[in-house]
Ligand binder design. Structure first.
Ligand SMILES: Cc1cc2nc3c(=O)[nH]c(=O)nc-3n(C[C@H](O)[C@H](O)[C@H](O)COP(=O)(O)OP(=O)(O)OC[C@H]3O[C@@H](n4cnc5c(N)ncnc54)[C@H](O)[C@@H]3O)c2cc1C
Length: 245
């Protein structure tokens, strides 16, 4: 892996252990919204690094939306990082979780759990998403209202795009006004997801899904029952997935 030095310019804490690092790393090569970079540190026992979706498009400071995994190896170190700290960033981004790999459709569903919101923030900041899709639905599955992030920015898209954009937080462990209660999968089955977004999940949709593997597997099964399949170059479908673990 080829590394370049990044300098942390700011750290925004959304709640304990949930944060965004903004990093200046001019050595990073151009990338597409939705791709990931590696972040890490050189340590005596070897280089410790993990992949992170970039939450900003190329040309801005690199943003990473990260949750500290208490038992994890790298994230407790990332949580301690402060502005001015140096961090290794991979020179080249990777990954096919991009709009380029998505089929055309009338509605684009952006479904993420936890920090799986990150790639969508990068996409929403660029015009392509609004040029290619009539309607964009953003679903954010989280446990508690304190896991909400990027709310000011998302509110601006709602204001700017009106009925062309729907944002729905789906909160599993507490009932919160303005949010759906439960898991994304349950809200699909009971119909509430489509009612509140005023959109249908059909074969006319493109569905991007990112984050927790259980959500991805269950959603893929439920969507499969509606005839939606993985989108592949050789066999067009509707679903594009990024697994975080
Ligand atoms: C393509 C890709 C993009 C990723 N983008 C992000 C991102 O934008 N933000 C981010 O926080 N993580 C992201 N991850 C996960 C990240 O690479 C690390 O796995 C995570 O930060 C944990 O690292 P660690 O060394 O602290 O834990 P490890 O010691 O590696 O432990 C890994 C365990 O942590 C848990 N875990 C991993 N990621 C998460 C998560 N995001 N939320 C909750 N639990 C998790 C799982 O149980 C996993 O088995 C991404 C992973 C991939 C493959």
């Amino acid at each position: 892996m080829e590394w370049t030095e990044g300098i942390v310019r700011s750290k925004r804490v959304w709640s304990h252990g949930l944060f965004t690092l903004s990093i200046e790393a001019p050595g990073v090569q151009p990338f597409e919204p939705g791709q990931f970079l590696q972040l890490g540190f050189d340590r005596p026992e070897g280089h410790l690094h993990r992949p992170y979706s970039v939450a900003s498009p190329h040309g801005e400071l690199l943003e990473f939306f990260i949750v500290m995994v208490e038992t994890g190896q790298l994230t407790p170190l990332l949580w301690q990082v402060e502005p001015g700290s140096s961090i290794d960033v991979s020179v080249k981004a990777a990954g096919g979780f991009t709009l380029k790999k998505c089929p055309d459709a009338s509605t684009l569903w952006l479904i993420g759990t936890g920090t799986g919101l990150a790639p969508y923030i990068a996409m929403l900041r660029r015009p392509e998403v609004w040029q290619r899709y009539e309607k964009v639905v953003l679903l954010h599955g989280i446990r508690h209202a304190t896991d909400l992030a990027y709310q000011d920015e998302i509110a601006k898209y709602s204001e700017q795009w009106g009925s062309r954009f729907a944002f729905v937080p789906v909160i599993s462990r507490e009932q919160v006004p303005g949010a759906l209660f439960g898991r994304i999968t349950n809200c699909l089955v009971d119909g509430s997801l489509e009612t509140v977004t005023q959109s249908q999940l059909t074969t006319e949709s493109c569905v991007m899904m990112c984050g927790n593997p259980d959500m991805l597997d269950e959603m893929e099964k439920l969507l499969g029952e509606r005839g939606l399949q993985r989108h592949r170059h050789s066999k067009p479908g509707q679903i594009v997935i990024e697994r975080y673990w």
